[in-house]
Design a binder for this molecule. Structure first.
Ligand code: ZN
Length: 277
C-alpha cells in the first residue's frame, strides 16, 4: 500500500515516536520477508542499539540503529503499526523497544525487511539505483525534461521507472496522468512541449496535495488513505472533470485507470459509447 505520500507521513510519525528508544527484542514472525545482509552477524546484533534516525529512499524506509540499519521495502501491501497488541495474521516482524513496539505487517509477503549495514546496500535490489528524489530541490523542471526527453518509454512506464524518478507507484502515476490529461500509453517522444511541462507540474502538485491531505487525515499508521484519489480504482465511476466513465486498461502488466475523454492519445478519435445521440 504505501506510496511516496504515505511513506512521508509514516516517516514523520515514526520520527516523533521512536527517539530515545533502544531495541529490546526482535521477533521474526515470518522469516520469508527477512533478509540478513550483515556479513554473517545474527539479527540479535541489533539488540540494545538506540534509534538514531529514519530516512526515506524512494520506496524504502531506512531506520538507523547505531552503525546498523533496518531497511524496509513495503512493496504493495506492507504496513506499519505501533500497536503493542497487534495480532493480525499479516504480522511479519515486531521490534520491541523499552516503551514502544514497531510492527511490520504484510499479508501478501511481497515486501522485505533487511537487517543490514551501509556497506551492503548494493545487495538490496533497487536501493542504490534510485533516480531523482521527487521531493528534493534537485527535482527541477530542467532535470525532469532531461530525463523525459531521453526516454522511449510509454509515459506511465517512464513515471514508474524508479531509476529515473524516485518514486511513483501505480496509484500516483494514474493520478498524475489524469491531472496532466495524458493518456497512460502515450510514448514520451510524442508529448508536446506544453504537455511535458504540465506533467512536471502535475507530479509536484499531486504529491504535495496528497501529502497534505494524508497528514490532515491523521488516520492510524496502518490505514491506507486513498479517498482523495480521482481515478485510481474508480473503474465505471464518472470522471470528476467531465463525467465520462473511468476505464481500466493494462499498461505493460500494470492496471491503469484513466478517463478516455480527458486523457486521449494524440490523434485518437474518442467515441463515447455511454452517450446516445
Ligand atoms: Zn474526464
Amino acid at each position: 500500500m504505501p506510496e511516496l505520500p504515505d511513506l512521508v507521513i509514516i516517516q514523520e510519525r515514526l520520527v516523533q515516536e521512536l527517539p530515545g528508544e533502544i531495541i529490546q527484542a526482535i521477533e521474526i514472525v515470518d522469516p520469508i520477508v527477512v533478509r540478513n545482509l550483515t556479513g554473517g552477524q545474527s539479527e540479535n546484533s541489533f539488540l540494545n542499539l538506540p534509534f538514531e534516525g529514519l530516512e526515506r529512499n524512494g520506496p524504502f524506509l531506512n531506520f538507523q540503529f547505531g552503525s546498523k540499519n533496518l531497511v524496509i521495502h513495503p512493496m504493495l501491501a506492507g504496513r506499519f503499526s505501533l500497536d503493542p497488541k497487534y495480532k493480525k495474521k499479516d504480522l511479519c516482524v515486531r521490534i520491541r523497544f523499552q516503551n514502544k513496539v514497531l510492527n511490520y505487517a504484510d499479508d501478501v509477503r511481497m515486501g522485505k525487511v533487511y537487517f543490514t549495514e551501509p556497506e551492503y546496500y548494493n545487495q538490496i535490489p533497487k536501493y542504490t539505483d534510485q533516480g531523482i528524489n521527487l521531493l528534493s530541490d534537485e527535482f527541477t523542471e530542467e532535470e525532469f525534461l532531461n530525463r523525459l526527453n531521453k526516454s522511449r518509454q510509454q509515459t506511465r512506464a517512464f513515471l514508474m521507472d524508479q531509476t529515473k524518478l524516485s518514486a511513483l507507484g501505480n496509484a500516483y502515476a494514474d493520478e498524475v496522468l489524469f491531472d496532466a490529461k495524458i493518456h497512460p500509453k502515450t510514448p514520451c517522444y510524442k508529448l508536446q512541449e506544453e504537455e511535458k511541462k504540465q506533467l512536471y507540474l502535475s507530479i509536484k502538485t499531486i504529491l504535495t496535495n496528497s501529502i497534505e491531505y494524508i497528514r490532515k487525515k491523521q488516520a492510524p499508521l496502518d490505514v491506507k488513505v486513498r479517498d482523495h484519489v480521482k481515478v485510481r480504482n474508480r473503474k465505471n465511476e464518472p470522471c470528476p472533470r467531465c463525467g465520462t466513465t473511468i476505464r481500466r486498461a493494462n499498461v505493460l502488466g500494470h492496471d491503469s485507470f484513466f478517463c478516455p475523454n480527458c486523457q486521449r492519445m494524440a490523434g485518437e478519435q474518442f467515441i463515447d459509447w455511454n452517450k446516445t445521440y
